[in-house]
Design a protein around this ligand. Sequence first.
Ligand code: NAD
Length: 736
Amino acid sequence: MTESTAIRWEQDDTGVVTLVLDDPHQSANTMNQAFRDSLAVVTDRLEAERDSIRGIIVTSAKKTFFAGGDLRDLIRVTPETAQDLFDAGLAVKRRLRRIETLGRPVVAAINGAALGGGYELALACHHRIALDTPGTKIGCPEVTLGLLPGGGGVVRTVRLLGITDALLKVLLQGTQYSARRAQENGLVHEVADTPEDLLAKARAFIDAHPESQQPWDRPGYRIPGGTPANPKFAANLPAFPATLRKQTAGAPYPAPRRILAAAVEGSQVDFETAQIIEARYFVELAAGQTSKNMIQAFFFDLQAVNSGANRPQGIGSRAVRRVAVLGAGMMGAGIAYACARAGIDVVLKDVSLEAALKGKNHSAKLCAKAVAKGRTTQEKADALLARITPTGEAQDLAGCDAVIEAVFEDSALKHKVFQEIENVVAPDALLCSNTSTLPITALAEGVQRQADFIGLHFFSPVDKMPLVEIIKGERTGDEALARAFDLVRQIKKTPIVVRDSRGFFTSRVIGHFINEGVAMVGEGIEPASVEQAAAQAGYPAKVLALMDELTLTLHRKIRNESRRAVEETGGTWTAHPAEAVIDRMVDEFGRTGRSGGAGFYDYDEDGRRTGLWPGLREHFTRPGHEIPFADMQERMLFAEALDTVRLLEEGVLTSVADANIGSVFGIGFPGWTGGVLQYINGYDGCAGAGSGTGLPGFVARARELAARYGERFTPPALLVEKAEKAEKGETFTDAR
Ligand code: NAD
């Protein structure tokens, strides 16, 4: 037995060696130095003692099987240190290859998450058996962090599944499969129901296959489905770049293209050369800015946000058991579904039982779809629906320990519905409003227990959108904040926490995106170019289309209310150039947005967009008036980023991680940036063109935009201060 290493060697008297992944210094096994050292020792020993070994089982003593590359190391890779990463990676791959070709059966007994490096380790085994538990997740999600699987994952999935399936099922989407779905898709060979069953199956495989070999090491092996060497396959090859363009909409995501290149190039050469090609592309991505942005946001920031970095400490958590949802419209119906899905009993109240039933029907539809797609069983769907009690009567809310209000956006009505139910629900029930624009402090004045009142801003469609923005009013207590946080986690969503302010964080910042797009139309720029600029910057929704969805009238109403609030407190309102465009669209042309049947786009009877309204060109466009495409993209990105810095200055936002996660998950700020503040940290020229210099480069560019397009791009003091300290390594980062 070799002690104090990341891999424990256990050998029984039948000649089966179990390699137990169990890093003594970490909660999860990762591809760190300890693992690399242990792998070197283990590989040599396996070769030296080959004659007394009948088979090898690889399994884990941790909750996860193997977590893959250590992201703390990867985020620090620079072009200068890239060669070290290349060498270390290749050394690991060569050792795995030596074990794979030892001439003894090697079985991966996957007893927990095997994602990325974990699945790559399993791929180097001849046989993969996955334990069927909720924690077992299998796949290569590297693409979601701007990387590619650099531990042999591209080389082996291509040889296992063929280029097409490897790309579409494993590499390009980063899908995480359950044990059973992994088996259905050919990622693992068998599924085990219990840990004992897992080991028994592993042993049975060793007994039955003493001469194991990987398929790609057998004589006459060919990559399934062919390679570009085959003319038929080559004819289909151009479809892949087109698929990629569809996936990224031309936005600067470098990983999918490198994955495609590694898969195709690697399919035409021998295994060893393919491993080298894969390593080169991996290192190129790891040293680049996009992977750093994505690792920061989707690993470190997300972990900080979900683990409660912003939740008041020292307050115990208690699960919500029965929630009252007031208003069964679009949002209320979605919130009811999300709560019931998490096992919470829901009383869904609207003005009448009929209206409430309509809201419940939304859940019925979602359940039917989930059953049809095999995502849940009929039994579970029935149980979910049984948890939702529709009603038109306030007294049915007795005993509810939380309330989420989602009636029309009208303060008087919201005050009224809280008055009706405050004394019916549990005396200490948490009181939440899903308002998207009304200040929480003022809404709280409508209830007796203001300390228990809080904003819980969901996003539409609720069943899909992962974010909830929690808004702390002036009188909201820490206990209510902690309970609201726990409720959001209970329904498996991601909570960010902000202070009360007009539009909070998300609605205010997305307003700047929309205003910038609309302003460009007003300046005379081709509307189609504006839409293209948003798409190629990586926004999931085009800007004018989004304006139509939200409706021009609502946008104008919110703006007028903000203006009134500023003027009432003695301030001066600075009109945005978008305002005049919106006013003309509504007042002169009667175009209010999609729900009104006409907006920046035309719509058919079913509400489908049929094209940009030709009148835009007639009334706004100045033919020949063009600005650089980079300016168009960056005006939108910078408008959002700069206002986020102002929100930090104002204390509405208190956490950088919340800003990054909230912007990507809530309002569609492009994912390649790592979120709205990481975009500033890692500013790398327009759309990641590689000409930026981080924070100081961002400030210089903001000044340039201010000189060309208006004062609103002037960098706020906090940003200038940060940029000055950037040389000492200071950035907008609070989680790592
Ligand atoms: P909606 O018009 O679809 O639904 C409102 C529901 O409230 C209707 O079913 C109505 O019958 C019901 N209602 C009205 N008076 C009531 C009363 N006295 N008691 C019980 N129910 C009553 O509206 P929505 O889009 O679901 O929005 C609801 C709230 O959520 C608003 O405050 C809105 O600002 C906010 N919000 C909306 C979105 C969005 O994308 N639509 C996103 C976040 C937040």
